[in-house]
Design a binder for this molecule. Structure first.
Ligand code: C2E
Ligand code: CA
Ligand code: CA
Length: 689
């Protein structure tokens, strides 16, 4: 069963079905078949027609033989009765005709077995033999004379009248039969040719046309399917391609834009500046870069949350876009840093005006959700001095100018100049020098004494940092402090001062000298470090001292500027750890009473600028008010900048608890301070208790 099925399948596969490609083979075979069939039919027909012509002729001739044999007998009798040359000639001609007709009959055609039998193989009367004897006898008789002739004639009559006649009649009948059969065969042949032609056509249909049709329609279906697939895959490809294009667009957009504001980002800014075709040297057009930094942005973030901060940035972005022209570029390159690139006629005034407009717009109160925010901005700008300025160069220049603007007290526009670069370069050199100085232990504390106004006794001393430079000598903090802060090195300096001053205090105590406390300055960076209280506690305890021996001076600006929660927390922890914390430089203009309500301070240090004008009525009434405020809050008041007796007397009268100033003592190196201390102690002993 399986075998049969397999065979059928194989037959179908190899015979019924073929690829359109190889159809030509079948067509060739089919054509060859048709040619062969037509050729064979034609050949057989020709052969059959020729054969049937011969048979018809043979039938006619064999009929004629009967007639001729009778004519020979008749003429033989005639020539006997009326011998004449003419009769004799006719007789000879008849004999001749009979003979040649016989020859024709036995040689010119293929004899059927019956005819063969009749002519040659009959036992009693082989026709061929007797026909030839008949001819011979007739000829002989013609030539003979008298009795011989009549004997011959009788013999001839006997032969011709009886057996020959019946044999010839039989032959004629056989020839007729043969001829009839040949005609019938010819008719059959026609039918066979027609049948075989139809058969060939059937075979062609079966093995060529049907498989061809099947294979062609299969191929067409396959092609249709494939073209459908192709078109659907083309559609999907097209769709995928569109998606890709869109995705790439999005990606490029995301790669080049700030997600929050939609402005270009730092990378796009660099690209733009790099590929910007700079105006040729000598052209009237210049490329300018403005850098904008927001003031008090951090406090919005800290007090109103990051969502509000984001909203502020979006508003600022729209302000900047509104202030520039279409060809200018606005980018956000950092938290609250923006850059504008302007291609405009060279004019410092125009740029300065643009910067001022921007500051003015940004400084207007902004409605952010339910809150009104007030921020500000500083702007630094630079104009490309040559066509070859690199993006880095331009951005650094704008940054330097911005830096200067911010240091100049915020809300300002500042232009870059060559001097500024020098200044900054000096600054950078200073950074490096400070780093080296730290490694080389070149920072040391100087001590400035502080006295109680009431008893005149020693309250303690303020520790002030000094840089003992190997070549330049003693350098004051004003020269290096800001740089150290910028370089992130101030915390280290603060800590060195703490360690060295505590060492100093420990040493004095061990020598039996009574220095009640040391007061160190803490930078905003130090105060933002949550580990500061622990660290200081460790330093104090390690030397057998107590936290009460250490006062920490906090600059008022630290708290105003940053609204720093971390600093607030650190201060709170310092107080609860037992350290004394005082608010330094109080009254320098940023005085914020809210800080006093939020935090518990042990004291206030009135800024030198308040003491300096004394004696002066206005200044004194401010001091009096601040003293009253401090009393109420349980804080002592330290007056700084007490340079002379007038200062001393007035601040004492006004109620300040402690004084500090050149009038009492300069900030002194350790050894010198000890000398001062001994001098002071001697005088102190003499003082009435
Ligand atoms: P400050 O904390 O207000 O320190 C007092 C400054 O006033 C000192 O300047 C001192 O020399 C000066 N001074 C004291 N008495 C008088 C006076 O009678 N008349 C005048 N005209 N000046 C007087 P100095 O030492 O140059 O310190 C400047 C500032 O540097 C300090 O101001 C303080 O804020 C900061 N500073 C000093 N040392 C350190 C430190 O170790 N760490 C930190 N973070 N800041 C420090
Ligand atoms: Ca101080
Ligand atoms: Ca001060």
């Amino acid at each position: 069963m399986g075998v049969v099925k397999r065979l059928i399948r194989r037959f179908q596969r190899h015979v019924c079905i073929t690829e359109p490609k190889s159809l030509w083979k079948r067509y060739a075979i089919g054509l060859a078949f048709i040619f062969v069939t037509i050729g064979a039919a034609h050949y057989s027909s020709l052969r059959a027609i020729a054969a049937s012509g011969l048979d018809a002729e043979a039938s006619r001739i064999s009929n004629q033989q009967i007639m001729l044999s009778q004519r020979i007998l008749f003429l033989m009798r005639e020539s006997e009765q009326n011998p004449s040359l003419e009769v004799e000639a006719r007789l000879l001609s008849a004999i001749q005709l009979f003979e040649s007709a016989h020859d024709w009959l036995v040689t010119r055609q293929e004899l059927t077995p019956a005819l063969q039998q009749l002519y040659f193989e009959d036992d009693t009367f082989p026709l061929d033999y007797f026909s030839r004897r008949f001819v011979e006898t007739a000829r002989y008789a013609v030539k003979a004379e008298g009795q011989v002739r009549s004997n011959m004639q009788n013999r001839l009559v006997a032969l011709g009248q009886q057996d020959l006649l019946s044999a010839l009649s039989k032959a004629s009948r056989l020839h007729q039969d043969k001829s009839r059969r040949q005609t019938a065969w010819l008719q059959n042949l026609e039918t066979i040719a027609l049948g075989s032609a139809l058969f060939v056509l059937l075979l062609e249909a079966l093995f060529i046309f049907v498989p061809a049709q099947i294979s062609v329609s299969r191929a067409i279906r396959r092609m249709e399917r494939r073209s459908k697939q192709l078109s659907t895959s083309y559609e999907t490809l097209k769709a995928r391609n569109l998606e890709l294009v869109a995705a790439r667009k999005n990606l490029t957009h995301a790669a080049n834009h700030d997600a929050l504001t939609g402005l270009l980002n730092r990378r796009a800014l660099y690209d733009f500046l790099t590929h910007l075709k700079a105006a040729p040297n000598g052209s009237d057009i210049a490329l300018s870069v403005l850098k904008i930094d927001l003031d008090r942005f951090k406090s919005v973030n800290d007090t109103l949350g990051h969502k509000a901060g984001d909203d502020v940035l979006v508003v600022v972005a729209s302000i900047l876009l509104a202030q520039v022209r279409e060809n200018d570029l606005v980018a956000r390159i950092g938290g609250d840093e923006f850059v504008i690139v302007v291609k405009a006629p060279k004019s410092m005034d125009t740029l300065e005006a643009l910067g001022s407009r921007i500051i003015e717009e940004i400084s207007k109160p902004m409605q952010i959700a339910e809150n009104v925010c007030k921020i500000g901005a500083s702007v630094g700008f630079t104009m490309a001095s040559s066509a070859v300025a690199t993006p880095d160069q331009l951005l650094i220049e704008a940054d330097l100018a911005l830096y200067k603007a911010k240091r100049g007290g915020r809300g300002q526009v500042f232009a870059y100049s060559g001097d500024l670069r020098e200044e900054i370069e000096t600054r950078e050199a200073l950074f490096e020098e400070i780093t080296e100085a730290l490694a080389d232990d070149q920072f040391e504390p100087h001590f400035q004494p502080q006295l109680y106004t009431g008893s005149g006794k020693l309250f303690g001393c303020e520790v002030l940092a000094r840089w003992r430079h190997p070549r330049r000598g003693i350098i004051p903090p004003a020269t290096f402090l800001a740089a150290a802060e910028e370089a992130g090195l101030i915390q280290q300096i603060d800590l060195i001062m703490v360690e060295k001053s505590l060492d100093f205090l420990e040493r004095l105590r061990s020598e039996g000298k009574d220095l009640p406390s040391v007061s160190v300055n803490a930078s905003p960076d130090s105060l933002r470090d949550p580990n500061l209280p622990d660290r200081l506690a460790q330093e104090v305890l390690a030397r057998g001292l107590s936290p009460a021996d250490l006062t920490i001076e906090v600059l008022e600006t630290t708290l105003i500027e940053s609204q720093d929660d971390e600093a607030f927390l650190t201060i709170r922890n310092l107080t609860s750890a037992g350290f004394s914390v005082v608010l330094d430089d109080f009254g320098t203009g940023y005085a914020s009473m809210s800080n006093l309500s939020r935090l518990k301070f042990d004291g206030l240090k009135l800024d030198r600028s308040l003491v300096e004008p004394v004696p002066n009525e206005r200044a004194e009434s401010i001091i009096a008010a601040l003293v009253a405020l401090s009393r109420n809050l349980g804080m002592r008041v330290v007056a700084e900048g007490v340079e002379n007796n007038a200062h001393y007397d007035r601040v004492k009268e006004l109620g300040c608890d402690v004084v500090q100033g050149f009038g009492i003592g300069y900030p002194m190196p350790a050894a010198q301070f000890i000398d001062w201390y001994e001098e002071f102690a001697k005088k102190d002993k003499k003082r009435p208790a």
